[in-house]
Write a protein that binds this ligand. Structure first.
Ligand SMILES: NC(=O)c1ccc[n+]([C@@H]2O[C@H](COP(=O)([O-])OP(=O)(O)OC[C@H]3O[C@@H](n4cnc5c(N)ncnc54)[C@H](OP(=O)(O)O)[C@@H]3O)[C@@H](O)[C@H]2O)c1
Length: 263
């Protein structure tokens, strides 16, 4: 299944390579990249022995397809007649359907994966959907070393998985940004607000992972009735304006956009 050709060596194409090298899942010599302007992670892998811009694409049994949804079709059309007929296509392109990928890649086996950028630290999350068992297995070989992988049994669920997983690191970063800004507005010096917000959120997320406790239980443990935290949570959890409402709307918007990109 190696060497692996990554087409689109930007944030996600680079993050997977970085994770593989960190986890020791593949050697740099097992990797190759095609991208007019590869990102820093791909450049680092090339410095360690990965191949840049191979011309002959037939030696690659696995293609990691990591280009932007807006340009995938033209790039697939160019690759389709150059890849080995038995190559397996592992696509991380948001929204683009299996049937469309399969047609564009001239009937080759295809699997869709929706990873998070945590794969760069070999601590990502990846949703997997395939109809073909070999293609599904190939995705697991690529992503199990760098992510918690979750198999979906309906393609329609990939849009929801994108909305609650692929896109969700951005939601958390947006939360931290807003918390830092609110701290500064409340009078904390910006540097102190930044340090407090970042360290607190990272340690709270770590505690949830280490203890395996339900988030609602962890929330109760740090919320005294009638106390300071409860005053804030009454705003954050308000039925019509708080997180439950906002995240319903955010997830719906992400699912709609994921479907549009796939059309
Ligand atoms: N980033 C995430 O968190 C995330 C999460 C899940 C899935 N994804 C999916 O991953 C895919 C890539 O996203 P990204 O964030 O990594 O985007 P990105 O950083 O823009 O990476 C895409 C790369 O593809 C390159 N490219 C453009 N034309 C190409 C061509 N003809 N051949 C080869 N490479 C070409 C781009 O180069 P230029 O910059 O020069 O155009 C860029 O380096 C998307 O489909 C996205 O849905 C991303």
């Amino acid at each position: 299944m190696t060497p692996i050709l990554t087409v689109g060596a930007g944030r996600m194409g680079g993050a997977t390579a970085r994770g593989w090298l960190k986890a020791g899942a593949f050697a740099a010599a097992d990797l190759a990249f095609r991208d007019p302007q590869p990102g820093l992670d791909a450049q680092a892998a090339v410095a360690k022995g990965a191949l840049a811009d191979p011309v002959d694409l037939t030696p690659f049994p696995t293609l990691l397809f990591a280009v932007k949804p807006q340009v995938w079709r033209a790039i697939a059309a160019d690759l389709a007649h150059r890849l080995h007929p038995d190559a397996v296509v592992v696509s991380v392109v948001a929204g683009v359907r299996l049937a469309a990928l399969k047609a564009a890649f001239q009937g080759r086996r295809v699997v869709r994966v929706m990873p998070t950028t945590g794969v760069a630290a070999a601590q990502g999350v990846a949703s997997v959907y395939a109809e073909d068992a070999d293609a599904r297995a190939r995705a697991h070989t690529l992503f199990d070393p760098i992510a918690v992988t979750v198999d979906l049994n309906e393609e329609g669920l990939m849009d929801a998985a994108t909305a609650v997983s692929g896109s969700a690191p951005a939601y958390l970063y947006a939360f931290v940004e807003a918390l830092e800004a609110a701290g500064a507005k409340a009078g904390l010096p910006p540097d102190e607000s930044r340090a407090l917000a970042r360290a607190t959120i990272a340690s709270a997320a770590g505690l949830m992972q280490q203890t395996g406790e339900e988030p609602a239980e962890l929330r109760r443990q740090v919320t005294s009735p009638g106390g300071v935290t409860q005053a804030a949570l009454e705003v954050l959890m308000a039925p019509d304006t708080g997180f439950p409402h906002l995240l319903d709307q955010a997830v719906d918007a992400a699912i709609r956009r994921s479907r549009e990109l796939g059309d």
